[in-house]
Ligand binder design. Structure first.
Ligand SMILES: [Zn+2]
Length: 359
Protein backbone atom coordinates (compact mmCIF):
# COMPACT_ATOMS: atom_id res chain seq x y z
CA UNK A 1 0.00 0.00 0.00
CA UNK A 2 1.57 3.28 -1.07
CA UNK A 3 0.17 6.65 -0.16
CA UNK A 4 1.22 10.01 -1.29
CA UNK A 5 -0.42 12.83 0.53
CA UNK A 6 0.49 16.45 0.57
CA UNK A 7 -1.45 17.44 3.61
CA UNK A 8 0.13 16.92 7.01
CA UNK A 9 -3.18 17.71 8.73
CA UNK A 10 -4.89 14.87 6.92
CA UNK A 11 -2.17 12.33 7.54
CA UNK A 12 -1.65 12.96 11.25
CA UNK A 13 -4.67 10.97 12.47
CA UNK A 14 -3.51 7.93 10.52
CA UNK A 15 0.09 8.24 11.68
CA UNK A 16 -0.80 8.50 15.35
CA UNK A 17 -3.08 5.49 15.05
CA UNK A 18 -0.57 2.93 13.75
CA UNK A 19 1.84 0.91 15.86
CA UNK A 20 3.46 -2.51 15.88
CA UNK A 21 1.15 -4.91 17.69
CA UNK A 22 4.06 -7.11 18.83
CA UNK A 23 5.84 -4.09 20.30
CA UNK A 24 8.73 -4.57 17.88
CA UNK A 25 10.78 -1.68 16.58
CA UNK A 26 9.50 -1.88 13.03
CA UNK A 27 8.33 1.62 12.11
CA UNK A 28 10.98 3.69 10.36
CA UNK A 29 10.48 7.45 10.39
CA UNK A 30 12.68 9.49 8.08
CA UNK A 31 12.74 13.25 7.85
CA UNK A 32 15.17 14.18 5.12
CA UNK A 33 16.06 17.59 3.71
CA UNK A 34 17.71 15.99 0.68
CA UNK A 35 21.07 17.66 1.11
CA UNK A 36 23.31 15.23 3.02
CA UNK A 37 23.37 11.70 1.59
CA UNK A 38 25.77 10.46 4.26
CA UNK A 39 23.28 11.19 6.98
CA UNK A 40 21.02 8.23 6.11
CA UNK A 41 23.89 5.73 5.75
CA UNK A 42 25.39 6.89 9.03
CA UNK A 43 22.16 6.44 10.97
CA UNK A 44 21.36 3.13 9.23
CA UNK A 45 24.62 1.63 10.42
CA UNK A 46 24.15 2.46 14.08
CA UNK A 47 20.46 1.52 14.12
CA UNK A 48 21.21 -1.93 12.64
CA UNK A 49 23.58 -2.72 15.52
CA UNK A 50 20.89 -2.04 18.08
CA UNK A 51 18.01 -4.07 16.65
CA UNK A 52 17.06 -7.71 17.24
CA UNK A 53 17.49 -10.10 14.31
CA UNK A 54 13.85 -9.92 13.19
CA UNK A 55 13.78 -6.17 13.58
CA UNK A 56 16.96 -5.94 11.53
CA UNK A 57 15.43 -7.94 8.67
CA UNK A 58 12.41 -5.65 8.64
CA UNK A 59 14.63 -2.57 8.83
CA UNK A 60 16.71 -3.58 5.79
CA UNK A 61 13.60 -4.29 3.70
CA UNK A 62 11.92 -1.08 4.84
CA UNK A 63 15.01 1.02 4.06
CA UNK A 64 15.14 -0.57 0.57
CA UNK A 65 11.60 0.61 -0.11
CA UNK A 66 12.44 4.07 1.22
CA UNK A 67 15.60 4.33 -0.92
CA UNK A 68 13.65 3.28 -4.01
CA UNK A 69 11.13 5.97 -3.28
CA UNK A 70 13.85 8.59 -2.76
CA UNK A 71 15.52 7.65 -6.05
CA UNK A 72 12.24 8.14 -7.91
CA UNK A 73 11.32 11.29 -6.05
CA UNK A 74 14.25 13.64 -6.11
CA UNK A 75 13.96 16.95 -4.39
CA UNK A 76 14.03 17.99 -0.83
CA UNK A 77 12.14 17.83 2.44
CA UNK A 78 10.57 14.42 2.66
CA UNK A 79 8.88 12.82 5.60
CA UNK A 80 8.55 9.06 5.15
CA UNK A 81 6.96 6.59 7.54
CA UNK A 82 7.29 2.92 6.68
CA UNK A 83 7.20 -0.58 8.08
CA UNK A 84 7.66 -3.57 5.82
CA UNK A 85 6.25 -5.92 8.45
CA UNK A 86 3.11 -3.82 8.85
CA UNK A 87 2.74 -3.16 5.09
CA UNK A 88 2.82 0.53 5.81
CA UNK A 89 4.30 3.27 3.65
CA UNK A 90 3.48 6.93 3.74
CA UNK A 91 5.47 9.71 2.11
CA UNK A 92 4.93 13.42 2.38
CA UNK A 93 6.81 16.37 0.99
CA UNK A 94 7.04 19.88 2.32
CA UNK A 95 7.74 23.30 0.88
CA UNK A 96 9.72 24.10 4.02
CA UNK A 97 12.93 22.67 5.48
CA UNK A 98 12.66 19.58 7.66
CA UNK A 99 15.34 18.58 10.16
CA UNK A 100 17.14 15.37 9.21
CA UNK A 101 16.18 12.49 11.44
CA UNK A 102 16.04 8.72 11.00
CA UNK A 103 14.54 6.63 13.76
CA UNK A 104 12.99 3.25 14.38
CA UNK A 105 10.31 2.61 16.95
CA UNK A 106 7.07 0.73 17.56
CA UNK A 107 5.17 3.64 15.96
CA UNK A 108 5.93 6.59 13.64
CA UNK A 109 7.69 9.69 15.01
CA UNK A 110 5.27 12.54 14.53
CA UNK A 111 6.79 15.41 16.53
CA UNK A 112 8.15 17.25 13.47
CA UNK A 113 5.08 16.67 11.39
CA UNK A 114 2.88 17.96 14.20
CA UNK A 115 5.09 21.06 14.34
CA UNK A 116 4.77 21.59 10.59
CA UNK A 117 1.01 21.10 10.72
CA UNK A 118 0.84 23.68 13.47
CA UNK A 119 2.99 26.18 11.58
CA UNK A 120 1.25 25.63 8.25
CA UNK A 121 -2.34 25.68 9.36
CA UNK A 122 -4.75 24.94 6.57
CA UNK A 123 -6.82 27.80 5.23
CA UNK A 124 -9.11 28.64 2.36
CA UNK A 125 -8.93 31.74 0.21
CA UNK A 126 -11.62 33.20 -2.00
CA UNK A 127 -10.28 35.52 -4.69
CA UNK A 128 -13.13 37.30 -6.37
CA UNK A 129 -14.68 40.23 -8.18
CA UNK A 130 -18.29 40.62 -9.18
CA UNK A 131 -18.24 38.01 -11.94
CA UNK A 132 -15.34 35.68 -11.22
CA UNK A 133 -14.35 33.75 -8.12
CA UNK A 134 -11.62 31.23 -7.42
CA UNK A 135 -11.51 29.26 -4.20
CA UNK A 136 -8.08 27.98 -3.13
CA UNK A 137 -7.11 25.60 -0.36
CA UNK A 138 -3.74 25.84 1.34
CA UNK A 139 -2.49 22.94 3.38
CA UNK A 140 1.06 22.47 4.66
CA UNK A 141 2.18 25.21 2.32
CA UNK A 142 0.66 23.54 -0.73
CA UNK A 143 -1.91 25.29 -2.87
CA UNK A 144 -4.86 23.69 -4.63
CA UNK A 145 -7.69 25.23 -6.64
CA UNK A 146 -10.99 23.93 -5.31
CA UNK A 147 -13.50 25.89 -7.38
CA UNK A 148 -13.42 28.25 -10.33
CA UNK A 149 -16.71 30.09 -10.76
CA UNK A 150 -17.67 32.74 -13.21
CA UNK A 151 -20.92 34.45 -14.05
CA UNK A 152 -22.27 36.12 -17.11
CA UNK A 153 -22.99 39.40 -15.42
CA UNK A 154 -24.28 42.25 -17.56
CA UNK A 155 -21.48 44.61 -18.25
CA UNK A 156 -21.55 48.15 -17.04
CA UNK A 157 -23.04 49.61 -20.23
CA UNK A 158 -26.78 49.33 -20.42
CA UNK A 159 -28.45 48.23 -23.60
CA UNK A 160 -30.55 50.70 -25.57
CA UNK A 161 -34.09 51.22 -24.43
CA UNK A 162 -33.52 50.02 -20.88
CA UNK A 163 -33.84 52.60 -18.15
CA UNK A 164 -30.76 53.20 -15.99
CA UNK A 165 -32.66 52.17 -12.85
CA UNK A 166 -33.90 48.91 -14.38
CA UNK A 167 -30.44 48.10 -15.67
CA UNK A 168 -28.88 48.64 -12.22
CA UNK A 169 -31.54 46.47 -10.56
CA UNK A 170 -30.93 43.60 -12.97
CA UNK A 171 -27.19 43.89 -12.67
CA UNK A 172 -27.35 43.87 -8.86
CA UNK A 173 -29.63 40.86 -9.01
CA UNK A 174 -27.28 38.87 -11.15
CA UNK A 175 -24.27 39.73 -8.96
CA UNK A 176 -26.25 38.62 -5.94
CA UNK A 177 -27.13 35.33 -7.63
CA UNK A 178 -23.48 34.80 -8.52
CA UNK A 179 -22.29 35.51 -4.98
CA UNK A 180 -24.90 33.07 -3.62
CA UNK A 181 -23.24 30.45 -5.78
CA UNK A 182 -19.84 31.36 -4.29
CA UNK A 183 -21.24 31.14 -0.74
CA UNK A 184 -22.67 27.72 -1.47
CA UNK A 185 -19.40 26.44 -2.93
CA UNK A 186 -17.40 27.84 -0.02
CA UNK A 187 -19.63 26.31 2.62
CA UNK A 188 -19.08 22.90 1.06
CA UNK A 189 -15.30 23.32 1.29
CA UNK A 190 -14.62 24.73 4.74
CA UNK A 191 -15.94 26.06 8.00
CA UNK A 192 -12.74 27.68 9.26
CA UNK A 193 -9.79 29.94 8.42
CA UNK A 194 -11.21 31.86 5.47
CA UNK A 195 -9.45 34.75 3.74
CA UNK A 196 -11.39 36.84 1.23
CA UNK A 197 -9.34 38.69 -1.37
CA UNK A 198 -10.12 40.84 -4.38
CA UNK A 199 -10.77 44.38 -5.50
CA UNK A 200 -13.42 46.78 -4.25
CA UNK A 201 -16.68 46.16 -2.48
CA UNK A 202 -17.46 42.61 -3.61
CA UNK A 203 -15.49 41.19 -0.65
CA UNK A 204 -17.76 43.00 1.82
CA UNK A 205 -20.84 41.97 -0.11
CA UNK A 206 -19.75 38.33 0.00
CA UNK A 207 -18.93 38.33 3.70
CA UNK A 208 -22.29 39.96 4.39
CA UNK A 209 -23.99 37.05 2.63
CA UNK A 210 -22.12 34.30 4.51
CA UNK A 211 -23.96 32.30 7.14
CA UNK A 212 -22.94 33.27 10.71
CA UNK A 213 -20.62 30.29 11.19
CA UNK A 214 -18.63 31.17 8.07
CA UNK A 215 -18.63 34.89 8.91
CA UNK A 216 -16.90 34.03 12.18
CA UNK A 217 -14.35 31.98 10.24
CA UNK A 218 -13.21 34.94 8.10
CA UNK A 219 -9.80 35.96 9.42
CA UNK A 220 -8.89 38.65 6.92
CA UNK A 221 -9.97 40.59 3.86
CA UNK A 222 -7.17 41.49 1.46
CA UNK A 223 -7.54 44.25 -1.10
CA UNK A 224 -5.94 43.16 -4.36
CA UNK A 225 -6.56 43.41 -8.11
CA UNK A 226 -7.80 40.06 -9.35
CA UNK A 227 -5.15 39.78 -12.07
CA UNK A 228 -2.35 40.97 -9.80
CA UNK A 229 -2.47 38.25 -7.19
CA UNK A 230 1.12 37.01 -7.43
CA UNK A 231 2.21 38.28 -4.01
CA UNK A 232 -1.02 37.09 -2.46
CA UNK A 233 0.13 33.62 -1.46
CA UNK A 234 3.00 35.01 0.64
CA UNK A 235 0.76 37.66 2.13
CA UNK A 236 -1.95 35.21 3.15
CA UNK A 237 0.62 32.77 4.54
CA UNK A 238 1.89 35.54 6.78
CA UNK A 239 -1.65 36.29 7.92
CA UNK A 240 -2.27 32.67 8.89
CA UNK A 241 1.12 32.40 10.60
CA UNK A 242 0.43 35.50 12.66
CA UNK A 243 -2.98 34.12 13.56
CA UNK A 244 -1.31 30.93 14.82
CA UNK A 245 1.19 32.89 16.90
CA UNK A 246 -1.59 35.01 18.38
CA UNK A 247 -3.53 31.86 19.33
CA UNK A 248 -0.46 30.44 21.04
CA UNK A 249 0.07 33.71 22.94
CA UNK A 250 -3.51 33.64 24.16
CA UNK A 251 -3.28 29.97 25.12
CA UNK A 252 -0.06 30.58 27.05
CA UNK A 253 -1.60 33.52 28.91
CA UNK A 254 -4.63 31.42 29.80
CA UNK A 255 -2.39 28.61 31.07
CA UNK A 256 -0.28 31.07 33.06
CA UNK A 257 -3.32 32.50 34.81
CA UNK A 258 -4.56 28.98 35.56
CA UNK A 259 -1.15 28.10 37.01
CA UNK A 260 -1.19 31.21 39.21
CA UNK A 261 -4.45 30.25 40.84
CA UNK A 262 -3.63 26.56 40.88
CA UNK A 263 -6.44 25.91 38.41
CA UNK A 264 -6.84 23.78 35.31
CA UNK A 265 -3.29 23.76 34.03
CA UNK A 266 -0.20 21.59 34.12
CA UNK A 267 3.49 22.36 33.53
CA UNK A 268 6.77 20.48 33.46
CA UNK A 269 7.66 17.29 31.60
CA UNK A 270 6.78 14.70 34.24
CA UNK A 271 3.50 16.35 35.27
CA UNK A 272 2.38 16.99 31.68
CA UNK A 273 3.19 13.41 30.67
CA UNK A 274 1.01 12.12 33.52
CA UNK A 275 -1.81 14.47 32.53
CA UNK A 276 -1.83 13.52 28.83
CA UNK A 277 -1.74 9.83 29.73
CA UNK A 278 -4.75 10.47 31.89
CA UNK A 279 -6.62 12.17 29.03
CA UNK A 280 -6.80 15.43 30.99
CA UNK A 281 -5.10 17.74 28.52
CA UNK A 282 -7.31 19.86 26.29
CA UNK A 283 -4.57 22.00 24.74
CA UNK A 284 -0.84 21.45 24.82
CA UNK A 285 1.85 24.04 24.18
CA UNK A 286 5.36 22.80 23.45
CA UNK A 287 8.58 24.76 23.22
CA UNK A 288 9.91 24.51 19.67
CA UNK A 289 12.95 22.34 18.91
CA UNK A 290 13.12 20.82 22.35
CA UNK A 291 13.81 17.18 23.23
CA UNK A 292 13.79 15.45 26.59
CA UNK A 293 15.48 12.14 27.36
CA UNK A 294 13.31 9.37 28.69
CA UNK A 295 12.63 5.67 28.44
CA UNK A 296 9.69 3.53 27.45
CA UNK A 297 8.93 -0.04 28.50
CA UNK A 298 7.26 -1.82 25.57
CA UNK A 299 6.18 -4.51 28.04
CA UNK A 300 4.03 -2.44 30.36
CA UNK A 301 3.96 0.89 28.48
CA UNK A 302 5.59 2.73 31.35
CA UNK A 303 7.24 5.97 30.22
CA UNK A 304 9.54 7.96 32.46
CA UNK A 305 12.13 10.71 32.41
CA UNK A 306 15.85 9.97 32.58
CA UNK A 307 17.36 6.62 31.65
CA UNK A 308 16.91 3.09 32.89
CA UNK A 309 18.08 -0.11 31.20
CA UNK A 310 15.43 -2.32 32.79
CA UNK A 311 11.86 -1.45 33.64
CA UNK A 312 11.53 -1.16 37.44
CA UNK A 313 7.92 -2.29 37.16
CA UNK A 314 8.10 -5.45 35.00
CA UNK A 315 11.84 -6.03 34.56
CA UNK A 316 11.79 -5.94 30.75
CA UNK A 317 14.36 -4.04 28.70
CA UNK A 318 13.42 -0.46 28.00
CA UNK A 319 14.08 1.67 24.95
CA UNK A 320 15.24 5.25 24.92
CA UNK A 321 12.62 7.77 23.81
CA UNK A 322 12.18 11.48 23.48
CA UNK A 323 9.53 12.22 26.11
CA UNK A 324 8.34 15.31 24.22
CA UNK A 325 7.60 13.10 21.19
CA UNK A 326 5.63 10.73 23.45
CA UNK A 327 3.70 13.61 25.04
CA UNK A 328 2.81 15.08 21.63
CA UNK A 329 1.72 11.66 20.33
CA UNK A 330 -0.44 10.84 23.34
CA UNK A 331 -1.92 14.36 23.31
CA UNK A 332 -2.88 13.99 19.64
CA UNK A 333 -4.35 10.54 20.31
CA UNK A 334 -6.54 11.96 23.06
CA UNK A 335 -7.81 14.73 20.80
CA UNK A 336 -5.87 17.62 22.36
CA UNK A 337 -4.91 20.71 20.39
CA UNK A 338 -1.12 20.80 20.08
CA UNK A 339 0.79 24.03 19.46
CA UNK A 340 4.50 24.85 19.25
CA UNK A 341 5.93 28.14 20.37
CA UNK A 342 9.20 30.00 20.79
CA UNK A 343 7.80 32.32 23.45
CA UNK A 344 10.42 33.03 26.12
CA UNK A 345 7.86 32.70 28.88
CA UNK A 346 7.32 29.09 27.82
CA UNK A 347 11.04 28.39 28.11
CA UNK A 348 10.87 29.36 31.78
CA UNK A 349 7.86 27.28 32.83
CA UNK A 350 7.89 24.56 30.16
CA UNK A 351 9.20 23.11 27.99
CA UNK A 352 5.64 21.72 27.90
CA UNK A 353 2.51 23.16 29.46
CA UNK A 354 -1.10 22.15 29.13
CA UNK A 355 -4.60 23.41 29.70
CA UNK A 356 -6.65 20.75 31.44
CA UNK A 357 -10.17 19.51 30.76
CA UNK A 358 -10.55 18.40 34.38
CA UNK A 359 -8.46 17.89 37.47
ZN1 LIG B 1 7.64 -2.53 32.15
Amino acid sequence: MVFFMKSCDESLPELIGVYDKDNSNTFVSLYFDGSDDHFIAHREKVIQCLLTQDEQKNFVKTMDTIQTYLKKNKGANHAIFASDKNHFFKALSFPVAVKNSLSVDVSPYIHQIAELADEWQAYTMVLLNSNHAKIFSFSCGELAVEEDLSADIMNKHKKGGMSQARFQRLRKGSIHAFLSEVVEALSKITTENIIIAGPGETKKQLSGMLPIQLQKAVIAEVDVAIDDACGLVDETREIIKEKGKEEHRRLLELIQSEILRNGLAVYGVKETLAAVKNGQVEALLVQKDVKHRGWLCEGCQLIEEGSSLLCPSCGKRTSEVDIIEEIVKIAKRTGAIVGFSQDERLQKIGPVVGLLRFK
